[in-house]
Design a protein around this ligand. Sequence first.
Ligand code: UD1
Length: 339
Amino acid sequence: MRVLVLGGAGFLGSHTLVALAEAGHAPVALDNLVNASARAVERAAGLGGRAIPLVVADVRDAAALERALREHRAEAVIHFAAHKAVARSVREPLEYFDNNVGGTVAVLRAMQQAGVERLVFSSSATVYGVPARVPIAEDAPRGAVNPYGHTKHACELLIEDACAAGGRLAALLLRYFNPVGAHPSGRLGEDPRGTPDNLMPFVSQVAVGRRPWLPVFGADWPTPDGTCVRDYLHVMDLAEAHVAALGALEGGAGRAPALNLGTGRGHSVREVVAEFERAAGRPIPTRVEGRRAGDVAVLYADCGRAAQVLGWRAQRDLRAMCADAWRFQRENPSGYAAG
Ligand code: UD1
């Protein structure tokens, strides 16, 4: 299938390009390169064994999206392009709604104009807010607790309404838990600009010597070792779930079901640090700090519905996530910047 991948130069997008190419699809990347590198698309093309065009455009530009869809005769869209830093979303809600929700309006308009009827949307476990119980299943109520989460909830509602409007649009809302790791080649990985917001890239940068220690946000949580527990998912498992999602859209017109993507297993911050120390063969200094606003003690997914609908289950464990993240960091200590 010819697939336009919005946000294709980013962390999740670039790995998905490889999985699509390996599965025999023809991906095209579109990205504004504000928080991503064209090198990631070049490297994905090398790994996937086929040319992958890159369209440099903003996801809010419906005319540019429509042109890209027509020019590349796209049959499906995978929409990763969004802002995702929770703290920044609290300071800049307008920018977050404009980019994330405004962008998704533009995507749906362009798809309608160009007659493209298949959409896979990047949602997040953030839509659940503070869940009443774990594991979290898709029918748990949505109740995001920050502007970033509100934008993902709003996009889900928008896509559900667009599907219900009677056209032929078929969509899947994929709710990611904590995607981490890297392509096993060491050529592709996560390369955040500035101080990383998330645990794994922060740990990697401490391991490679770019930062002196990892702040641990609270060691007094009601968990076995006192640190928060999350459902970490290898980015190549996530990429493969998107390939399966394209197949599952067939015959799904008028619907936008949500699917959790995780492993269904939780790991604490201390477990992640210990596994990364093993992978890197060096100690990772930590300092316990206060709890981060908005964190909850334990989050992990019920992944039963994804298994049923996609025939997909995560294959890679925490050891592989850390080993692959470390390989990318070691071989690209400054990320993509150095070439
Ligand atoms: C976060 C977002 C989530 C978003 C996801 C994107 C919050 C509350 N949630 O998930 O909405 O979809 O990123 O990838 O921001 N930790 C440390 N030290 C650090 C960084 C993190 O101890 O320097 C801890 C956190 O307290 C947390 C765990 O590590 O317990 C994972 O944090 P993170 O990687 O930021 O993911 P989430 O908070 O689960």
